[in-house]
Write a protein that binds this ligand. Structure first.
Ligand SMILES: [Zn+2]
Length: 72
């Protein structure tokens, strides 16, 4: 019975170490990621990443609704 308990502890330790190792590996590429260009919504002045913005000519908008509202 004691052997089984020791085995369980060993497995738990290996599992914890692997989990910690994996999360430290996963975090590295995220911190290296360069910040994306920020643009400002022409309607509400909200800042958002360029890839999430809606472009209309030289202007950017945070949503399709604001793009429609801003146009005359
Ligand atoms: Zn907006």
């Amino acid at each position: 019975m004691l052997k089984l308990l020791l085995l369980a502890i060993v497995f738990w330790l290996i599992y914890t170490i692997l989990k910690r190792y994996r999360s430290s590996v996963d975090q590295k590429p995220q911190s290296r990621e360069k910040p994306e260009d920020m643009v400002q919504c022409a309607h509400c002045q909200l800042h958002l990443p360029r890839s999430e913005s809606i472009k209309s000519g030289a202007l950017h908008y945070c949503s399709e609704t604001h793009r429609q509202q801003h146009q005359p």
